[in-house]
Design a protein around this ligand. Structure first.
Ligand code: 6PG
Length: 619
């Protein structure tokens, strides 16, 4: 934009060639009466320009929907520019700045244009110079001007892109924008998602640093190089569909981050595929749900350390902060390691939830929800603090009218798979991850609602309505279960780290889980310190002593639970793990004998070196 005669047509044409998008001249959209008026030397007034601006506005929207265009337009007043910007997701203003004398000189030299030098004065009077956009001095040559525009456009490009504006994508986008980054967001506009981008932009119109796109190429073009794109879509095959669209449009060195709960082996495959395109792929576990994404999640990025270095500023600025103000985002390791530890995070999450559910079931025998909430508040104010305990208190107290909402919720637990992935990984790596698999199976059992109801009727057991649980013991048993849960989770990560050469840092992992994520807890702070000197959680003096001292309490709780027919999948598993891990001799000698009996699988002997294997003819 600029006054007539500033050279905007020439420059806009050149720019359109260089950007490879169409050129339009706003002058050719004037109705005949405006052209006649201007040709007769009479300046246009606001009323004359109204219909012209409306035509341009609707055309601009159409052009934007097909990757954009360059429009040469006088757009002298701010209110004209407002009309033209209306309903556009992105508009880049370029103001061609030149003196009256220079432009008058140029106008006098040109022929065949309806605009004469006489109108220039009125144009300058009407001109309200924009306080934004790219300003270029028209004393330069057109090529120099376009070079400057292009380089200014490049420097004004978005520093970060978010692909997918679901709940998590939208929240994380606002979090990035809050930190002052120029941000491009993309969402498809087909199916039921036609208005997703428009709605997001209008609901957050106070953000001037967010640019929305529904065209993939325009989204990619809006990003400065190397492009940094965070994909926030549902994990699964859709991720591959999106990457297959994205990779060919990107350039070497661009960085794509998958922020969903993808399976770590898929992340490894995608990492290798990206490499073929010269693209850097980061699989980042992100935890904290909607609120975390908005205010500060815990972020677990895996990929090459160099590519992480290029996005660390942004990721670390949006992450939660730990108790010492350090960011809850740290480079985890290569390939799928970030998604692996997010998967284990979720496995630990399953157990933490299940332990609380077991305690809730048992306590229901002797207290109401209000009393239970008070008890949990007491626990939560000390070392047992955790986010999941905290939300459980709120859940217990929630009422709909006179009824507790919890009593209206069907007892059938859902899952999206990460808990079972953790269990499968544990099976593959040979790690006794009994609590996680118990928590997954507990959810599965709950899903057989109809069968359960039928069998319950058949059994006609009279439920006891009172139990006599010692509350101190219960608190200790809860702590016991949590310690073993974390032991099993960290052992699983240790095994993966050794098998895949990931060199995981458990103290750092505990630290970035101390805030922002769903399993944040006071315990995580303690583990952050303890892991600095001891890699095996159960061997940590404080942990071992706590487990040793509370064994009796667990026994008491399990006995009361059994007596009341309250299943305790996870607490039982934790207790059995403890017994076995602290037993010098187990019954596995019998298993070995049986294996050797029917399959000649051989066994080792207590009276011979472990390197020797024996077979017995048992009959
Ligand atoms: C998180 C959560 C999050 C999600 C789980 C729930 O860290 O923010 O873990 O990722 O809530 O995927 O999984 P289920 O639906 O399997 O319980």
């Amino acid at each position: 934009m600029g006054v007539s005669g500033c050279g905007k047509t020439t420059i806009a044409r050149e720019l359109s060639n260089r950007l490879d998008i169409p050129f339009y001249d706003a002058d050719s959209y004037h109705p005949q009466e405006n052209i006649d008026k201007m040709s007769s030397g009479t300046p246009l007034n606001d009323q004359d320009r109204a219909s012209w601006l409306e035509i341009l506005s609707s055309n601009l929207q159409e052009w934007e929907a097909v990757n954009g265009a360059v429009l040469a337009c006088s757009a002298l007043k701010e209110k004209y520019r407002k009309i033209l910007s209306r309903n556009l997701k992105n508009i880049q203003w370029v103001y061609l700045d030149g003196s009256y004398d220079l432009i008058m000189d140029r106008i006098n030299k040109r022929t065949g244009h309806y605009m004469s030098g006489k109108l220039l004065k009125s144009q300058f009077q009407a001109l309200e110079i924009p306080q934004y956009g790219i300003h270029v001095d028209i004393a330069q040559s057109p090529v120099e001007i376009v070079d400057q525009i292009k380089s200014d456009m490049e420097s004004k490009k978005s520093e970060f892109g978010v692909f997918g504006l679901g709940v998590m994508g939208s929240s994380i986008s606002l979090n990035v924008a809050d930190k002052g980054y120029r941000l491009s967001v993309y969402n498809r506009a087909d199916g039921g998602e036609a208005d997703v981008v428009d709605n997001f932009l209008s609901e957050n119109s106070e953000y001037k640093n967010i640019y929305g796109f529904t065209e993939l190429k325009a989204f990619i073009d809006s990003l400065s190089r190397p492009r940094k794109i965070l994909i926030m879509i549902k994990a699964g095959p859709t991720v591959d569909l999106v990457l297959n669209q994205l990779f060919p449009l990107l350039e070497e060195g661009d960085i794509v981050i998958d922020g969903g709960n993808s399976h770590y082996l898929n992340t490894k495959k995608r990492f290798d595929l990206a490499r073929e395109f010269g693209i850097e792929f980061i699989g980042a576990g992100i935890s904290g749900g909607e609120e975390g994404a908005r205010k500060g999640p815990s972020i677990m990025p895996g990929g090459s350390a160099e590519s992480y270095g290029q996005v660390s500023d942004i990721l670390e600025s949006i992450a939660a902060k730990d108790d010492f103000g350090k960011t809850c985002c740290a480079y985890i390791g290569p390939e799928g390691s970030g998604h692996f530890i997010k998967m284990v995070h979720n496995g630990i999450e399953y157990v933490e939830m299940q332990l609380l559910a077991e305690i809730y079931a048992l306590l229901s025998k002797q207290m109401d929800y209000q009393e239970m909430a008070s008890l949990f508040k007491n626990w939560n104010s000390g070392k047992a603090y955790s986010y999941l305990l905290d939300i459980t208190i709120t859940i217990l107290e929630k009422k709909e009218g006179d009824v507790y909402l919890l009593d209206l919720i069907l007892d059938r637990a859902g899952n999206k798979g990460t808990g079972s992935w953790s269990s499968k990984a544990a099976f593959d790596l040979g790690i006794p991850n009994t609590m996680m698999s118990s928590a997954v199976f507990a959810r599965y059992i709950s899903s057989f609602k109809e069968a359960r109801v039928k069998m319950a009727l058949k059994l006609e057991t009279k439920e006891k309505s009172t139990a006599n649980i010692d509350l101190k013991s219960l608190e200790q048993a809860y702590h016991f279960g949590r310690l073993i849960n974390h032991q099993q989770g960290f052992k699983l990560m240790e095994s993966a780290s050794n098998s895949f050469n990931w060199n995981l840092n458990f103290s750092e992992i505990a630290r970035i889980w101390s805030d922002g994520c769903i399993i944040k807890s006071y315990l995580m702070n303690e583990l952050h310190e303890e892991f600095k000197s001891e890699q095996d959680l159960i061997q940590m003096n404080s942990v071992f002593e706590a487990l040793r001292k509370t064994e009796q309490s667990v026994k008491h709780v399990l006995a009361v639970a059994l007596d009341n027919r309250v299943s305790m999948h996870c607490l039982t598993a934790s207790y059995h793990y403890w017994i076995d891990m602290t037993s010098a001799r187990l019954s596995a000698n019998l298993i070995q004998a049986q294996r050797d009996f029917f399959g000649a699988h051989t066994y080792q002997r207590t009276d011979s070196p472990e390197s020797e294997y024996f077979h017995t003819n048992w009959l």
